[in-house]
Design a protein around this ligand. Structure first.
Ligand code: CP
Length: 309
């Protein structure tokens, strides 16, 4: 593996398998009565979130604490960014206090690479605009693997606003690299042209996407982008693309239902399906902590056990 995680494209199948196996080990730690290991004792991690987040930020924080790292929780709204300090100078200032790894969320694609250039330490991309959300794709892969015991040959239907979705992009790379058959579905204006070149199929029929699916992955309808004219009306979207009991019944009997969150209840998915016995949405959140612990271990923790004392 490279020293930072900016996107999924740079990960080999061996890397993905290593992350899955390591996540399983850390999932076991998260189920213990005392959920803490000394692996990152003496290391300092900065959570550098310039864009809002609930589950990604909290699970990175929990992962760092469970591994005994020291944590800086940078808050953009109360920082000197508000006084005009640049991103570069802010990162340099934090680095001067001694940081071993940055986790960054930012609205600008490529921001995690920029932080790595300035900081010179490993960086994990926690979502950079519409470009990539690699840790979401890795926790999704881990959740699918725990249920299906394989990825190769599975049919995964990703449904919704593919165009704006960093989650979809990162999942396409991880799932196809592991041999899954990925079917994308959404309104034609929300499916990027020539996306088939990434080795996926495209359909505009949600029934066709769901038919015989092993996994149905719903995406958040990005309501803030509705003004752009790329969406049909909400009523039409719900009628054509919302995941409900009838659509789930077209999938395999052991289908699992996923959603990265945050969810618009009743828009991309009905609540009865979000909390259905086939839904693994809460489990995705649980697995996010184990996956992020695994990444901290692989990027920062290996070899630290000997130097911790
Ligand atoms: N899935 C996801 O990235 O959620 P948050 O924006 O709450 O972190």
């Amino acid at each position: 593996m490279e020293k930072s995680l900016h996107d999924i494209e740079n990960l080999t199948r061996d890397d993905l398998e290593l992350i899955l196996a390591t996540s399983e080990q850390f999932r076991e730690i998260s189920e213990r009565r005392v959920k803490k290991v000394p692996t990152l004792r003496g290391k300092t991690i900065c959570l550098f979130f310039i864009e809002n987040s609930t589950r990604t930020r909290i699970s990175f924080e929990l992962a760092a604490k469970r591994m005994s790292a020291d944590l800086i929780n940078f808050s953009a709204s109360t920082s000197s960014l508000q006084k005009g300090e640049s991103l570069t100078d802010t990162v340099k200032t934090i680095m001067a206090m001694g940081v071993d790894l940055f986790v960054i969320r930012h609205s600008a694609p490529g921001s995690s690479r920029r932080v790595e250039q300035v900081a010179g330490v490993p960086v994990i991309n926690a979502g950079d605009g519409p470009h990539a959300h690699p840790t979401q794709a890795l926790l999704d892969l881990f959740t699918i693997y725990r249920h299906k015991k394989k990825i190769e040959g599975l049919k995964v239907a990703i449904i919704g606003d593919i165009y704006h979705s960093r989650v979809a992009r990162s999942n396409i790379f991880s799932l196809t690299r592991m041999g899954a058959e990925v079917v994308l579905c959404g309104p034609p204006t929300l499916i990027p042209r020539e996306i088939e070149k990434l080795g996926v199929q495209v359909t505009y029929s949600v029934d066709e996407a769901c038919k015989m699916a092993d996994v149905i992955m719903c995406l958040r309808m990005q309501l803030e982008r509705q003004q752009s004219g790329m969406f049909p009306s909400m009523r039409e979207y719900i009628q054509l693309y919302r995941i409900d009991e009838k659509r789930v019944s077209l999938a395999k009997d052991d289908v699992i239902i996923m959603h990265p969150g945050p969810m618009n209840r009743g828009v991309e998915i009905i609540p009865e399906i979000a909390y259905h016995h086939r839904s693994v949405i809460e489990e995705q959140v649980t697995n996010g902590v184990a996956t992020r612990m695994a990444l901290f271990y692989l990027l920062l923790g290996r070899g630290n056990e000997e130097t911790a004392d």
